[in-house]
Design a protein around this ligand. Sequence first.
Ligand SMILES: [Zn+2]
Length: 577
Amino acid sequence: MALDYSLLPHDFRRQYLPSAVNFDWEDLRRFFSELASRTVGSVPELEKWLLDEAELDSYLYEQRSIRYINSTLQTDNPEFTQAYQKYVDELEPKIKVANFELLKKYAATPYHSELPEKKYGLEDRRRLGALGIFREDNVELEKQESNLSQSYLKTMGAMTVNFRGQERTLQQMSKFYEEPDRGTREEAWRLADGRALRDHEILDDVYGKMVALRDRIAKNAGFANFRDYIFVKKDRFDYTPSDCERFHNGVEEFIVPLSREIDRERKKRLGVEELRPWDLRVDPDRRPPLSPFQDAEGLVRGAGKVVSRIDPELAGYFSRMADLHLLDLESRKGKAPGGYQEELAEVRLPFIFMNAARRDSDVRTLLHEAGHSFHTFLMRKEGIPYFNAGAGLPLEFAEVASISMEIISGEQYEGVFYNREDAARSNWEEAVGNVKLFAWVATVDAFQHWVYTHPDHTPEERVEAWVKTFSRFCGLESYDGLEASRAYRWHRQLHFFEVPFYYIEYGIALTGALGIWSRYKKDPRDAIEAYKSALSLGASRPLPELFQAAGLKWGFGPSDLSGFARDLRAAMAEYAG
Ligand SMILES: [Zn+2]
């Protein structure tokens, strides 16, 4: 199973790179040295230089993506893992150093401050930020970090259990948590959890090494800790760690009570004395799980219909992806966990990866990733350079694109995936899921704030901090006798390992998506037009302006969260009928 790259159309002609380039340093170095030594004597020459550099950058990123995608499609294929590994070990460090030389050249030219603000202002800020934190010593450390990431993926990808006579991945097990029979749920949960726990020392060790490396990287760059470093690294120009803390407080004050209210109701309807971790995904009236499709083909067909009811332009994008085989949806042994959308930067086409288990959540995941891919398509036009498209895209807004689609698509499931009652049930579950998502975002973010501002912690202190954070935002389920499971629950959250501090973005984006959704309920046409026009801006405007372009208020503090808690409560009441 590999991405068939030869089938993809190359609609954007290269202006700078020759048509044949080898993805090795021998060949690539000449472009870097040409750019580094070129005389840039005016603003237009600098603009041309930036566009040439962006073309090189998108080529490099695409080659990286192809290798990454293939390594996740088959974590157990040595050819794919080696190809990606080779890139990480040999090429990426050289590219980083060479890019740094280009950054220095950019900052040294007087013309950068004269570039037209509307097209280059934000990119100028991003470049000066990146230049300020770059340290050559960190290249080797980041390589080690990347290797640890790969070993995390490999450990997780190899986790299977034998349940009811069949070998299954942990993702495939998750569907049993929706089974009405409590014994089945408990058995499945304990089996999967036990399998993950078996490797807890390996994972804890990997994470400990990652935290130490990240702390060194931050300190090399002159920061007190990795948290402060990552805010600059991730171009977080428009909010600070204390804004994140205000978000945590708002969640605690307004979302957690709602989340626990949902759990109390769930406990009552399930008729159980105590909620346990395996009781959280089942329908509270113990109806069998929603079953929206039979196979990946049915999922694609249904999703295509849903998108066409939302907007014909978006529907065109979706069917193009299906036609070009840019969807890999079915769960298989050896496939990496999770789901993602990856942009192929040079052909400017999206690829969607996920592990479908024939459940309602798969429909939502596909529509989520489809939202990301709509972003890729809407930015797909001449004259929008790569740094103002995929490369510079603020994740806080990228996730507005995806979560909006995940939520509003539910308004169109009736008659496609479901009858009226089941569509309402799906939407009720989505609203509950979003309450729980706010709480989980706060948990994941607050924990990382602690981890990286206490870099000398012991593994025991880390578990203690985790349990404390978890208890602050969690629901009412009891972990009596499951203390180890609770203590290492975070090992299964990929972001802690692969993309540190990437999570608050989901919380910020959820506020935007809920805004689009309430607009959609009032005036679908108007909401979708605003959505599309904001997405088409790519990364050319600052975050608050992107929110504004989509007709959204920028803000995620306690008063905002109080409003979202009210909206979600109302939606749940509506869908519960
Ligand atoms: Zn996403």
